[in-house]
Design a protein around this ligand. Structure first.
Ligand code: SF4
Length: 282
């Protein structure tokens, strides 16, 4: 049975989620920041973590952006194959939701029309980057991210040889975080995508940033890899805001997909402590 979903409803949902994401950090991020405050040994690191926690509290209370960089909008949309969108164009509805959220919510507009020539600001933070997949059912699940570019700029991908194995992946992740230093605004949430093709690995890395902190990968090998990577990253000593300390990562999340016999793609997508995302099903 086909279920009708109005484009207007999609627009309103995107708008609501983006305001929520920019004003209210997730409870999982807040919880991990609190635990990190207890674990951090550096006095400066502790002070930075406390300031980040206070900043998130003020943003939530006063309904203001938690960071001046309110990000480029990324959406992951799971569209039920028994749902039909009526009353308008899906992409237009999404971008109208972005426009209204960023205009009415006083969020910085950070998107330029052409990445190379002119770089003129679009003026309303559109367009969003939209990832769409078809799933069973008659509902639409929308997950939004407001992705800051201090951290996006520090992300990297590499096509490893299969023989590089776990060691090669680990070395690449650690090298990426080390090179990034203070630039991505630590403490970080680090997304790692392994397998598929280059583009699939990048997509997986981004998807992994949506996972709740404290929920390891369901596969025991990947869960162990996440734990090992987090420990190794936190031994780098970069610390909160890059001022030194134990807490460089709040989480390392890994997602994987089957790949070709000749390859081992890996992408590291870094997110900052303003790890903003929100989700709804309509
Ligand atoms: S990387 Fe994150 S915390 Fe740093 S400026 Fe950008 S959005 Fe803000």
């Amino acid at each position: 049975m086909i279920r009708e979903i109005k484009a207007e409803k999609i627009k309103d949902t995107v708008k609501r989620l983006l305001l929520q994401a920019n004003y209210e950090i997730g409870t999982d991020v807040l919880r991990e920041l609190g635990l990190s405050l207890k674990r951090e040994e550096s006095a400066t690191g502790k002070s930075v973590l406390q300031q980040i926690i206070d900043n998130h509290r003020i943003a939530r209370q006063d309904r203001i952006a938690m960071c001046q960089d309110t990000g480029m909008v990324v959406l992951f949309v799971s569209l039920g194959q028994e749902a039909i969108i009526t009353g308008g164009d899906f992409t237009e509805a999404v971008n109208q939701g972005v426009k209204e959220a960023y205009t009415e919510g006083y969020l910085r507009k950070s998107v330029v029309e052409d990445p190379l020539f002119g770089r003129k600001n679009t003026g309303d933070n559109t367009p969003a980057v939209i990832h769409l997949e078809l799933v069973p059912g008659d509902r639409i699940k929308i997950q939004v991210m407001a992705k800051g570019f201090g951290s996006e700029n520090m992300s990297r991908g590499k096509m490893l040889l299969p023989s590089a194995g776990v060691q090669g992946v680990t070395d690449f992740v650690i090298e990426t975080v080390q090179k990034a230093g203070p630039n991505p605004c630590p403490p970080l949430v680090i997304g790692v995508g392994i397998g598929g093709t280059l583009d699939m690995a990048a997509r997986l890395a981004k998807i992994s940033l949506l996972r709740e902190i404290g929920c390891p990968n369901g596969d025991i090998h990947y869960a162990a890899l996440e734990k090992e990577l987090k420990e190794r990253v936190n031994e780098l000593g970069i610390g909160p805001a890059g001022l030194g300390g134990r807490i460089t990562a709040l989480a390392v999340n890994v997602e994987y997909y089957p790949t070709h016999i000749a390859g081992l793609p890996v992408v590291v997508n870094i997110n900052c402590h303003a790890a903003r995302h929100a989700a709804a099903e309509i």
